[in-house]
Design a binder for this molecule. Structure first.
Ligand SMILES: CC(C)(COP(=O)(O)OP(=O)(O)OC[C@H]1O[C@@H](n2cnc3c(N)ncnc32)[C@H](O)[C@@H]1OP(=O)(O)O)[C@@H](O)C(=O)NCCC(=O)NCCS
Length: 363
């Protein structure tokens, strides 16, 4: 009942059966989930991640502990295989919090009346992209992702899903200044009365953002509204002169740190920050993560060693929200999830500062 009939089989085939886990009871499959090998960008580096998807327990087996059992076994397996983090979109947030996941990035679908976009800027060229130019769209995305927090390092089948979707047509445009690409946008075909669904966009410059908004708004004679994925304080919508957008839908991505030292060293940090943080981590599920760690930052990279004074006390959930930049150290104190003296709080605030985490992809 969780997934539309017909959608599951192709999704699992694309994922690969080796990435699917099931629980059997007396020979019958009673629960299953998939793990997409991918990455999330933090501080300019792609951190390898297991993207958990299609979690389901047979209705008559729910509430028996099988969901928790399957999830936790999979997290232990992923940690053993060396994945630093795991992520997912929760149907039920609290269920995943029980296993150390915490909200870590926004995915907001904004709805904007096309007549209210208010941007008309044709300074750059916008032209349809031919299949030979898909590589360029991917390069532009990689540039954007490197400047972002949480955008995913897309597996090939993700790209295929929206560059050449099977059920609907998608339109791809590249925005150029004097032949040099500065942005791209991918949106789905919309008929009269439907919303224009933007699947992805890259605006490396404000001029590219304005050209993309103009291109989308130029559909207003046929289509009244667009839906566009974005983050909190969204940068594209900030270019509009008026606040005519509203949030149509939102669900936060959740993140689980599987390997404290591995996750902290895999991401990038602001090159200007040179600092040291002494963490004391509590992790009820994964014993290797428990205890004291010292994180040192220099030249945009982090090194970790065990030990130290453990002045910043937090659990796996708080670490997930801090790691991604979803909550600051001060916000985590206010949530009752972190304790530290003022100097350590300030250092943590600086060390994990970065763009607000958001992503357009659902999985
Ligand atoms: C969500 C789901 C996977 C949970 O699996 P389950 O086997 O029923 O859960 P468990 O029996 O292992 O429950 C473990 C704990 O989580 C809690 N929990 C389970 N489902 C919950 C829900 N929907 N909301 C809040 N808490 C929930 C249980 O109460 C239990 O806590 P307790 O030990 O204090 O009683 C299952 O209900 C399901 O398949 N739902 C439909 C599909 C779905 O929502 N998938 C998630 C997509 S990401």
């Amino acid at each position: 009942m969780t997934f539309p009939i017909g959608d599951m089989a192709p999704w699992l085939a694309a994922l690969g059966h080796e990435n699917v886990r099931v629980v059997r009871r007396n020979g019958r499959v009673v629960a299953g989930m998939g793990i997409i090998p991918m990455g999330h960008y933090f501080g300019g580096r792609s951190v390898p991640a297991g993207g958990i998807t299609a979690v389901g327990v047979a209705p008559d087996q729910r509430g028996s502990g099988v969901g928790l059992f399957m999830l936790q076994l999979s997290l232990i397996e992923q940690q053993r295989q060396g994945a630093p983090i795991a992520t997912l979109y929760p149907a039920t947030t609290n269920f995943y919090r029980r296993s150390g996941f915490e909200r870590a990035a926004h995915r907001i679908i904004y709805e904007v009346p096309l007549a209210g976009v208010g941007v008309r800027d044709y300074a750059l060229d916008a032209a349809p992209a031919a299949p030979e130019e898909y590589a360029l769209i991917k390069q532009l995305y990689a540039q954007k992702a490197a400047q972002s927090s949480a955008l995913i390092d897309r597996p090939a089948f993700y790209w295929d899903n929206f560059l050449e979707p099977k059920t609907k047509r998608s339109y791809k445009f590249i925005v150029r200044r004097d032949g040099v690409p500065e942005g791209s946008v991918v949106f789905m075909h919309a008929s009269f009365g439907e919303h224009l669904q933007v699947r992805d966009y890259v605006a490396l410059t404000p001029a590219a953002g304005r050209r993309i908004l103009t291109l989308l708004a130029d559909h207003r004679s046929m289509v009244e509204t667009m839906r566009v994925p974005g983050g909190a304080n969204d940068g594209l919508l900030f270019l509009m002169p008026e606040q005519r957008h509203k949030a149509h839908w939102s669900l936060d991505l959740m993140l689980r740190v599987l390997d404290v030292a591995g996750a902290l060293t895999a991401r990038g940090y602001s090159p200007g920050v040179q600092a040291e943080l002494h963490l004391d981590v509590d992790d009820a599920l994964l014993p290797n993560n428990r205890g004291r760690f010292v994180l040192r930052l220099a030249d945009g990279r982090g090194t970790v060693e065990k030990g130290g004074s453990g002045t910043l006390k937090l659990d796996a959930r708080a670490l997930a929200a801090l790691y991604s930049g979803y909550l600051t150290s001060h916000e985590l104190v206010a949530a009752g999830m972190l304790a530290a003296p003022p100097e350590a709080l300030a250092a943590a605030g600086l060390m994990f500062a970065g763009p607000r985490p958001w992503l357009p992809d659902m999985f």
